[in-house]
Design a protein around this ligand. Sequence first.
Ligand SMILES: Nc1ncnc2c1ncn2[C@@H]1O[C@H](COP(=O)(O)OP(=O)(O)O)[C@@H](O)[C@H]1O
Ligand SMILES: N[C@@H](CC(=O)OP(=O)(O)O)C(=O)O
Length: 232
Amino acid sequence: MHVRKYGGSSLQSLNNIRDICSNLPDVPMVIVLSAQGDMTNCLYQASDRFPDGLEKNELIALGEMFSCSLMQKMLKLSGRDSVIIGYEDLGIQSTSSHGGFIDRIDPSMIINNLSVNKVVIVPGFHAVGPNGQLAILHRGSSDDTAVALAIALKVPCHIYSNIPYIYNGEGMACRKISYDSLLSLITKDEAPMSRSAILMAQRHSLSLSFGHWNRYSSGTVIGMIEEIFENN
Ligand SMILES: Nc1ncnc2c1ncn2[C@@H]1O[C@H](COP(=O)(O)OP(=O)(O)O)[C@@H](O)[C@H]1O
Ligand SMILES: N[C@@H](CC(=O)OP(=O)(O)O)C(=O)O
């Protein structure tokens, strides 16, 4: 059993989603999805004129729900039964209604569905806020959703993106990288992964794997490890 997360860059097209579905291993898994491409940016723009609140959050959350629905349909075409667990049943509590961090997690609904052999599809970035309504976590937080679920379920976590490795400051591909070195690669404008997701993994000693969504290369392992780099 494991958690795998596909970021927006992996879900750009329906063909990508079809390829992901046809290459999934036949084991129990939780798939965390982001919104396709830059859909979340478009949804933020569209929601600009609305006041903060539930309606605004519902609009911004559409991107992840669209990805989940597309994946469920593609999985069905490839003969796999799946269930989408939306924010009401996800058991993820946020520190605030908008832009917050994961506060608590209760994965019992996910465990129930895994036990009946369903592929569990989860929208990243969604949670329940302090007011009990849909909350939107901070930008880039699908990584947090995946890491928090993997910690709660005590299973490995794979993060898939559009690049095969994490690269160090000199542009060398990292086969293995420590949490601290990965955190030091995050700048104001660029982040290969969410800072809070890396910190959460570090706190719980969860090692992560990072790789290209459609390649069989082993990618980068992130953890409490001796670092290994190689020229690309
Ligand atoms: N040191 C780094 N190593 C690898 N990728 C990096 C690095 N710094 C920034 N990136 C960027 O991070 C991106 C992955 O993050 P993001 O765009 O959020 O992807 P996703 O949509 O898969 O979540 C890559 O496309 C890459 O351009
Ligand atoms: N779609 C959300 C959440 C997210 O994590 O996206 P990605 O995994 O593509 O960075 C955002 O753009 O903030």
